[in-house]
Design a protein around this ligand. Structure first.
Ligand SMILES: [Zn+2]
Ligand SMILES: [Zn+2]
Length: 315
């Protein structure tokens, strides 16, 4: 089968035989989305060799439990051991022995087929089309913020960055009724937010030391600096980006201002599917272009262009 293979910071199309471990399901990929993490992996943020991709919707074609065959599914990306200290204490996404789809020691989804344990899979409701279902994983990641902290309707919340993940975070934060403002660089990112009734704010208009919660989703050192400046004393700074390089931070000022720093990664799939099913969130405005798997290298080039939101690969 055709796959997008990453090795030594280079991607190319390769022919690899699909395989299935006895305790896992073989999934035919229908659509897969290019995420900023994929682009960071190509730049070398984490040393990974193998098939890229972790955002997908697909159909189960082989599984020991035959009731899953033919089901349209999305899949959680962390494959865990169930017996390490983290797993036994309710932190499976931090499993010490985990593999991660298309990121750590597990071939991903820019391929005709991928494989995952059945326990990682979630059935997609019939009313949620593929081009929406493919956003389940990043919507779940956006919802992780609300798993971690309670956002009050009275909270003044600033989101820095309105890219692929930022747009989804904005849609989920807006549901809390908080006083949300989003710092978005590109005009079409701002327009997309405004069509959903979400307020944007110019960088110059962001008051320092005023925001109860600041979510950093820009992935850039300048975005981090802006977020740091905006957060009020004893406020919570939610870190939603991975960074390709190191970032320089004045940690003493964080101590003086008693800032809570919260790293935030993978989140719950079922609420993400529910919100998409009820159309309380709608990611379709993010889709810039869709490519065939054979044109995946073009798809990656398109996704890397400045300001481009979601690029999908169809197999
Ligand atoms: Zn991702
Ligand atoms: Zn474990």
């Amino acid at each position: 089968m055709n796959v997008v293979w990453l090795e030594e910071n280079k991607i190319d199309l390769r022919d690899v035989a699909p395989s299935r471990k006895p305790d896992e399901a073989l999934i035919k990929i229908r659509k897969a989305g290019i995420c900023s993490t994929d682009l960071e992996l190509v730049k070398g943020y984490y040393p990974y060799t193998g098939v890229l991709g972790h955002e997908f919707v697909g159909e189960v074609v082989e599984a020991e439990d035959t009731s899953w065959i033919g089901q349209r599914v999305v899949g959680e990306i962390n494959v865990v051991c169930h017996h390490c200290e983290q797993c036994l204490n309710g932190r499976p996404t931090h499993c010490e022995n985990r593999t991660v789809l298309g990121i750590v020691n597990r071939n991903g989804t820019f391929a005709e087929f991928t494989q995952l344990p059945i326990t990682n899979l979630h059935r997609v409701p019939d009313s949620v089309p593929d081009e929406i279902a493919v956003f389940t994983e990043p919507f779940a990641a956006a919802l992780e913020i609300q798993q971690q902290i309670q956002i009050q309707p009275t909270d003044r919340v600033l989101l820095v960055g309105a890219g692929r993940l930022g747009q989804l975070i904005a849609q989920t934060l807006a549901l809390t009724g908080c006083d949300l403002h989003v710092a978005a660089r590109h005009t079409h990112q701002q327009d997309l937010l405004r069509t959903r009734g979400i307020r944007t704010i110019d960088e110059e208009a962001i008051q320092p030391w005023r925001w109860d919660v600041v979510v950093e989703a820009s992935g850039s050192p300048t975005g981090f600096a802006l977020a740091r400046k905006a957060i009020r004393p004893r406020g919570t700074l939610v870190m939603k980006s991975t960074y390709a390089g190191d970032i320089s931070v004045n940690l003493s000022s964080m101590v003086v201002d008693e800032i809570n720093i919260l790293g935030s990664r993978c989140g719950p799939f079922e609420p993400a599917l529910r919100l998409m099913e009820s159309r309380q969130v709608d990611p379709t405005g993010l889709i810039a272009e869709e490519f065939k798997l054979g044109d995946a290298l073009k798809a990656f080039a398109r996704a890397a262009e400045s300001g481009v939101l979601k690029v999908l690969v169809q197999t």
